[in-house]
Write a protein that binds this ligand. Sequence first.
Ligand SMILES: *[C@@H]1O[C@H](CO)[C@@H](O)[C@H](O)[C@H]1NC(C)=O
Ligand SMILES: *[C@@H]1O[C@H](CO)[C@@H](O)[C@H](O)[C@H]1NC(C)=O
Length: 428
Amino acid sequence: MKKFLVFIFLCINDATSNYCYWNTGCPYKYLSTETPYNSVRGDIRDSVIKLIGCEPVSIWGIYRHGKRKPSAMFSEKMKEAISTKKYIIDSYEKGHSSLCAQDIENLRKWEPDYKFYDGVRDIMEEGRQEMIGASKRLKEAFPVLLRDLPKGSYTFRSGQGLWIERSMEAFVSGFGKPSLVIDDVKPNQDVMNPYANCDYYQQNVRNSPKSSAESNRYLTHPEYLAAKDRIHRRSGIEYSLTDENITALYDLCRYDWNAVEYKISPWCAIFTKDDLEVLEYVQDLNHYYRNSYGTPVNEVFGKVPLGDLFTNFESVTKGGGKKIVAYVTHSTMLDQIYMTLGLFKDSVPLTGANRDRDRKWRTSKISTFGVNFVAVLNRCEKQGSKEYNVVFYLNEEPIRSICEEGVCSWENFDTKLRQYVNTTIDFC
Ligand SMILES: *[C@@H]1O[C@H](CO)[C@@H](O)[C@H](O)[C@H]1NC(C)=O
Ligand SMILES: *[C@@H]1O[C@H](CO)[C@@H](O)[C@H](O)[C@H]1NC(C)=O
């Protein structure tokens, strides 16, 4: 009880003017796509929907890789931004900063790990732990189905890329069966990344200025400018911060936040909760236009894995199929699947002119490290005959908006997903 009261007290403290980061008790944990999986996940062991007279017979899941190092483009900027530490401490010593003494002390003690900034886009140990945790919990939630996994009863495959492939290895190792074999990566395109080698997508969406037009527009919004000004004054930095500098500082805060142990970064102390919400929205806009609702073609890509899901479950109902199919890919794919299914869709499109605080599209919850979309096929005995249903999960919590109460009858599932089988993306 005493602990509980202390917690409440610290959370109230959050709202006062002399806010310190180190003891806030409830730091803002939504860091867009670099949010640790543990900050947003449920637990499939607690939330698995158990239906009377039914048993789970197949699982299909698609996962974003775990925490990885940033690409060279971002890590170079982060490395430069480390020099900001000296400015912040100098300003504090001159009395020009409103940071708290302990926050300054923590920043002073902070030392960079230069290996982190080498630009090799590899998974981090924290990311491996995120993936291992996900498969261990899955195994515990479905002990009978996943107890034996003989050859041919499973498919584990990832998209191409060091950190993606190593995330898959970590995921598979969480099952604790060294004999499990991961399929070879398909070099061109596969069901978990049909957009990857699609020239049309790369040219007209991914690398098109249109995709960042709204996030750039938001960088001129009074709300963004106010956040920038606050960061400036709070940290007491005397030179003027560019948008690039802000992004690099935000990245230092996000990457240095330990994804496995609940350990916050002293770099986050230069931001208030309001600032972090504003920076989160910049990322939400990027993902919305690059990967999802903001650009119509994204809907087509999402059909490809969903068609694969349907085909897999249909074969199980016909006596074949796999016990488990799991893929590892990028957040792009998850964002596209949401669009195809109409999930997290706001009635008013997101723009740089207005930030809806109650929006459904929140990368911090749907495009985080290790984010996953999992479907479970159940077989039920009803008056002597067999029936099937499907339950969907996002980050280990049932998705209730797809079907009533989160359980789709086979007919419902068939109506929604059969249409995606044989999806062609010949415009690529
Ligand atoms: C701030 O950003 C500018 C470019 O926008 C860059 O040249 C400079 O090195 C950055 N400074 C720090 C400390 O990151
Ligand atoms: C998909 O293509 C296969 C092979 O051409 C065909 O047998 C099947 O009926 C098609 N499925 C749908 C749902 O169109």
